[in-house]
Design a protein around this ligand. Sequence first.
Ligand code: KG4
Ligand code: ZN
Length: 332
Amino acid sequence: MLILGIETSCDETAAAIIENGERILSNVVASQVELHRKFWGIVPELASRKHLELIIPVIKEALKEGGIELKNLNAIAATYGPGLLGSLLVGLTVAKGIAYTLKIPFVGINHLEAHLYANFLQYPQITPPLVGLIISGGHTELIYLPKEGKYEVLGTTRDDAVGEAFDKVARILNLGYPGGPVIEEIAKKGNPHSIPLPLTRFKEDTLDFSFSGIKTAVLYYVKNLQKRAKSIPTADIAASFQLKVTQMLTQNLFRAAYLKKVKQIILGGGVSSNLFLRSFLEKEKPQGIELFFPSLELCTDNAVMVAACAYPKIKKGKASPLSLDAQPNLNL
Ligand code: KG4
Ligand code: ZN
């Protein structure tokens, strides 16, 4: 079975084809990073216009790379939320149009579920019950999966998403956009124990997260040095920030695994491509816990994960109606 996946929820225009839910035939991602860089973040209006420009060439490229003709496709999947409304509508509308023309099933996909499916695609040994952590520019979701397709949100951020905190701290440090990869790189040259930054704790017992306190602490630390005309120890700040954020994520993640008595943990989303975070978690994990990370190119937004997520739904006959609307605030 050949499934074309389409992803346009944020600032990547992506299309991919997978065969029988497991073999990746093509994976095309056109990033809009350059377009948004000068604004230090995503400008929704520009993003949707760019998706319109790129979507057909990207789909054509995915077909070419996979050696597939449009008429050979068996199903089409597209992200319908969460994300930017104007951006979601581009991929969703094109997907419905193709499905209608070819008379094949169309499936709307939840972007968060897709991030988790990057793991199910790559590691067949993963079997729920398990705990998942989605960490990206827009989301920080700690999830319990009692069985395949069932999701219970255990914790989420009360303010900034973790990737957003990376982006904002990179901006404070004048490192460029997106912040995650540059912070990871520059942190290699810094001492992670050199700058005192707060580890946010809530009064009540919760698995929620908060990253605005640490971001503000970095801001004041830098402002204070600037006021005194001192140089900014960028690498030390980046390393200390990265360590604290990693510790916050680690604490809640392993606590959730303990509370739910699971043996497997899956991660997904742009921040899960951070190698410091990956090795920290591997070192700190309790005995008997298995950790799974998608390969780097499947952590950040892509359409392979969308097609992978659609496969079990199509097999179960769970196609979506063509009236399915984009849902910017869709939850798991
Ligand atoms: O999953 P993604 O591509 O898009 C969303 O769904 O949001 O995630 C993008 C986010 C950005 O905030 C980016 O700074 C962060 O992931 N990111 C990273 C790394 N690579 C990307 N954060 C930390 N370390 C990285 N290596
Ligand atoms: Zn994402």
